[in-house]
Design a binder for this molecule. Structure first.
Ligand SMILES: *Cc1c(COP(=O)(O)O)cnc(C)c1O
Length: 361
């Protein structure tokens, strides 16, 4: 079997070693006579694995003790509702930015639930740039400042984060979770769907500082209440066990490959390889985004016209490279190069790009 080179934006490529481990263990987990995905989530082998998974997250991400860490279902999208439902209380305002598809969706949901101030709106630039972190100032009576650390579709990524003082900072890190070291203590809450960088779809990782939970709306239905999930370590109802198990295996893979620092080195190397091809042939390739905020996870680029872009997608597919078509909302091309994608896959793409430019330029 030859594996395709997988540039899908999510769900996305997983480390080969992890897939093989799943294959080995899927019928009989560690000689227990049943699979991880057939076992009760109460006590026993699931909970032992889950506790190790949470401990690994604490260690690899450097999460301080005063944070709750757990997983929920419902995707990152459910958090667009849960965050304002828990934290945007009457008399307060939440500071949102509109930096692209994902921050915009979160902002739109919050606007239905409470008072929102938009501190940055990238509409005029077609969402190709971000605010200077130093310019971000919370409103008076701000409940929290919100941002999306990496806009997966637009291909822009915050390189540094704002300092919001005593005002809680909340970040959607779905598409750059564990692609770099992050000072978790700067955030009151970090969350992300795991299906971009950490595992299969189904689980959303939540990291919430204890003092945030004291400030939450306490008159909520059970599932909507972060306090209940934190108290139950994410096991109030059945967690997405398959997804969590594979995340645990991916975390072990990250540990073997240099941790968050190692992931940053991989991401810097791989992304600069593609940006170099783009910058070297400016007559043919164009990066539409502000160079200061280029994403290291989702490299977005354009060709001279849409016919060539369609041809690029077709020919790259024939050459074994999947997922290079840009999101249907923005067009163009996009290479998602998450942690698990090997450098050799990126080298193959770069050679293909240069060759395509030579033939069609
Ligand atoms: C994919 C993505 C989402 C949506 O995730 P779902 O799990 O599909 O709800 C939200 N934010 C970002 C940054 C994403 O990349």
């Amino acid at each position: 079997m030859t594996r395709k080179l997988n540039f899908f934006a999510g769900p996305s490529t997983l480390p080969m070693e992890v897939l093989e481990e799943v294959q080995r263990q899927i019928v009989d987990y560690n000689g227990k006579g049943l699979s991880m995905i057939e076992a009760s989530h109460r006590g026993g082998m699931f909970e032992d694995m889950y506790d190790e998974c949470l401990a690994d997250l604490h260690q690899i991400m450097g999460i301080p003790e005063n944070y709750d860490v757990f997983f929920l279902g419902g995707g990152a999208t459910l958090q667009f509702t849960m965050i304002p439902t828990n934290f945007l209380l009457p008399g307060k305002v939440a500071d949102y930015c509109k930096t692209g598809t994902w921050a915009n969706k979160a902002c739109a949901d919050a606007q239905k639930l409470g008072k929102v101030n938009v501190y940055f709106d990238g509409t005029d630039s077609k969402f190709t740039t971000l605010p200077d972190p130093k310019s971000v100032k919370p409103s008076k009576d701000s409940a929290y400042v919100y941002l999306c650390s990496n806009e997966t579709i637009g291909g822009i990524e915050w390189q540094d984060f704002p300092d919001t003082g005593d005002v809680p900072l909340i970040a959607d890190m779905s598409s750059d979770l564990l692609s770099r070291p992050v000072d978790v203590s700067k955030f009151a809450m970090i969350y992300g769907g795991v299906q971009k960088n950490l595992g299969p779809a189904g689980a959303t990782l939540l990291i919430i500082r204890h003092d945030m939970l004291d400030k939450r709306n306490t008159n909520l239905t059970a599932y909507m209440d972060y306090g209940l999930h934190a108290k139950e370590k994410g096991l109030y109802n059945t967690p997405p066990v398959f997804s969590i198990w594979v995340v645990k295996l991916v975390l072990e893979w990250i540990k073997r490959n240099g941790g968050a620092e190692g992931m940053l080195k991989r991401a810097q190397k791989k992304s600069s390889m593609i940006y170099n091809v783009i910058d070297t042939d400016k007559d043919f390739f164009r990066s539409p985004v502000d160079p200061r905020y280029r994403s290291r996870m989702n490299v977005v680029f354009r060709l001279p016209n849409e016919e060539l872009e369609a041809k690029f997608v077709e020919e790259s597919k024939a050459a074994g490279m999947l997922g290079l078509k840009g999101h249907r909302s923005v067009g163009g091309l996009r290479a998602s190069i998450y942690n698990a994608l090997p450098e050799e896959a990126v080298a193959t793409l770069c050679d293909f790009m240069k060759d395509f430019a030579k033939k069609n330029g």
